[in-house]
Design a protein around this ligand. Structure first.
Ligand code: HEM
Length: 244
């Protein structure tokens, strides 16, 4: 009698699918694109509003301080907004890094020898450096918050109200050329990130068709450049003594 040994049953290794539909969505490629697209558009909206808000300092120091004071005095809504903002920034960065990592693993030759394809895929310097510009902007954000949000707390009296003199801090910082140059460099990176990011976000959430795609691609560059230019006005105006 011969003993027949049965070969162990082997099943192909498939990672277990997460039970939660939300987690399944997060882990899918399309889910990741939708998350970066939606969070990216939300951040672009914030950045646009922030840029316009900064321009109030061209009106007067009092107008700028009153504006900042009014926002901070929105009460609970302000804290909810800040929490959402932090969550959106972190989610955007996390999913962006994951997308970059997946693409890198799928394309072993790496980014450096990539040729610009132009055309419909819109491979440009902006698109290929999203991970670099995004990473630098994240580091900038921490330094930026330490400088302004958590920086020196000057106060001023306005209409019988004691409020933070944020204008004093902004003017003080941008009287120094290294600050102005540093911000100028960062804003070039922001323009580049927005140039590809805006277009790509609209594409990811399915708002573009073949007809309007080239138009929106051009518009993203204009909007990205416009936002960066709007931000640049204040540091240079302060440095040149046009705002004091
Ligand atoms: C010349 C350019 C800029 C100036 C003068 C400026 C100025 C300021 C100031 C004064 C604050 C503190 C506001 C407060 O405490 O009430 C602030 C906060 C902030 N800034 Fe900027 N900023 C500039 C560019 C940017 C850019 C390019 C980004 C993003 C990429 C950015 C993101 C933020 C964020 C996330 C906050 C915190 C907002 C909050 O606490 O709700 N800023 N900025």
């Amino acid at each position: 009698m011969t003993n027949t040994l049965k070969a162990p049953q082997t099943t192909p290794e498939t990672p277990p699918s997460p039970a939660s539909p939300l987690l399944r969505f997060y882990q899918s490629s399309i889910g990741k694109k939708l998350i970066t697209g939606a969070t990216g558009l939300a951040l672009a909206t914030f950045v646009l509003a922030h840029m316009v808000g900064n321009l109030i300092l061209f009106v007067s120091r009092d107008a700028y301080n009153t504006y900042a004071w009014a926002i901070e005095n929105l009460g609970i809504a302000f804290y909810v907004f800040e929490l959402v903002l932090v969550a959106v920034v972190m989610l955007h960065a996390l999913v962006g890094i994951e997308i970059f990592w997946r693409k890198r693993q799928a394309r072993p030759q790496g980014y450096s020898i990539y040729q610009s394809a132009g055309g419909p895929s819109h491979q440009t310097l902006s698109s290929r450096t999203m991970i670099v510009t995004g990473s630098v902007l994240s580091v900038f954000l921490v330094a930026h918050l330490l400088t302004f949000k958590f920086g020196p707390y000057y106060t001023t009296e306005l209409g019988g109200e004691t409020m933070r003199d944020l204008a004093q801090l902004v003017v003080e910082k941008f009287q120094h050329l290294p600050y102005v140059m540093g911000y100028s460099a960062i804003l070039v990176l922001l323009a580049s990130h927005l140039r590809h990011g805006l277009w790509s976000a609209l594409q990811s959430i399915g708002l573009l068709n073949k007809g309007i795609r080239p138009l929106v691609y051009g518009a993203s560059a204009v909007v990205g450049g416009g936002i960066a230019a709007g931000f640049l006005l204040l540091p240079w105006a302060i440095y040149l003594g046009l705002v004091s």
